[in-house]
Design a protein around this ligand. Sequence first.
Ligand SMILES: [Mg+2]
Length: 293
Amino acid sequence: MATTPPKTALLLRNPRARNGKAAIEPVLDMLRQAGLDLLEPERSASDSASDLISRYADQCDLVITGGGDGTLNNAASGLCYTGLPLGVLPLGTANDFARTMGIPLDPMEAAKLIVKGRTKHVDLGEVNGHLFFNVASIGFSAELAGELTEHAKKRWGTLGYGIVAARLLIRSRLFSAFVDHDGVTEKIRALQVSVGNGRHYGGGMTVEETATADDGYLDFYSLEVDHWWRLLRLLPSLRNGTQGRWDDVRAFRTTEVTIRTTRPRPINTDGELATYTPAHFRIRPKSVVVYAP
Ligand SMILES: [Mg+2]
């Protein structure tokens, strides 16, 4: 199923991805045989993925990322402003956006989707001008995600989550915040606040079980727990996205929300430190075109 006329894809690989080099050569060969020219420019340390997308926009028809959610986050503004369609080769450790979109985690299967050519318009979240695909978090969850490596999960199982979470909770502190949304202001005391665009984040956590990256909404939730054992009780729900059913979790769906705290607090977007509170979040509907099932 060759694409005619031949198309050029800008290939952006995360040079630090463990399996970014040799393992995907057969995948790239398949794409070339299907009629894609792959353009992979030399990249200096200061070039972001978005810089390259803007620079090569008039020489390519699509962008292919080989990496994880960090690579996508890095490419978000370039994709948004050029409108070039995005093919995702999941090569990260988490690949939360691929899972949100139902893109196969096997890079060869994911590449076949690009060849097939079916696309979807996908929303992005924005906080203080920074775009994100999956989630933006304040407080504890970004740390939790970082510590819950695959290795720890395999070694310790559910109990491991409990131990890691309780340890982090002891290090963390509840913080007060004002949340302005949909014409109301709510005062909260929370361990963590998350605002999701898609469904999955943090390598196996779920913002909300029915959330999608193309529903035109952000999903907010805040963990307003004051004892570590309450958090332990919540952990399975945080995995499958049903935490909003507990009475110490506030959850709502919106298009715009502002979070104010007394001291500036760091905000992670897709696992990277992006900005600080006060934070204005909004949905950017249908901002990126993605090859998806
Ligand atoms: Mg959404």
